[in-house]
Design a protein around this ligand. Structure first.
Ligand code: CMP
Length: 138
């Protein structure tokens, strides 16, 4: 297992002014930021990044939302990074997210849910390389 995961602070959380608070929670929880950028996904980027969801009824909405404004993309390092980060962010639906989790604190809805977290080591590696080249990872 690797000790890295990939995250995005999504357009809703950026618009609502939560970048600083979310990064603070991430680093206070023991994650080391090894790569980070402020960027905006094109439609093509989002369709490619979320290709696994292309048959879902919410795909169009997801692509629209994820391209609606800038995001913060980052690679995080910590022992057991994928699972520990998913615990820190909470359930996809903020109504089901545990108290104190990033989605409970900052998400507005199941679609506009503040942050992304990779769901496996394999996807963490794929998603990280989607956004970062080797020389952008420290
Ligand atoms: P994430 O797990 O980061 O990646 C897939 C995203 O699809 C998920 O976050 C949600 O933002 C979005 N999503 C999942 N289920 C729904 C839904 N029922 N309606 C709208 N968006 C959804």
């Amino acid at each position: 297992a690797t000790n890295r995961t990939f995250t995005m602070i999504k357009p809703d959380a950026v618009k609502n002014g939560h970048i600083g608070a979310i990064l603070e929670k991430i680093t206070a929880s023991g994650f080391n930021i090894v790569a980070m950028k402020y960027t905006q996904l094109s439609k093509r980027d989002a369709e490619q990044f979320y290709a696994i969801h292309s048959e879902r009824p919410f795909f169009g909405e997801l692509v629209e939302f994820m391209t609606s404004g800038p995001i913060v993309a980052a690679i995080l390092e910590k022992d057991n990074a994928v699972d520990d980060f998913r615990t820190l962010i909470g359930a996809t639906n903020p109504e089901e997210a545990a108290e104190g989790t990033i989605r409970k604190l900052f998400a507005t809805s199941i679609g506009e849910n503040a942050v992304h977290g990779s769901d496996s080591d394999e996807n963490a590696a794929i998603e990280g390389s989607f956004h970062f080249s080797g020389r952008e990872i420290f």
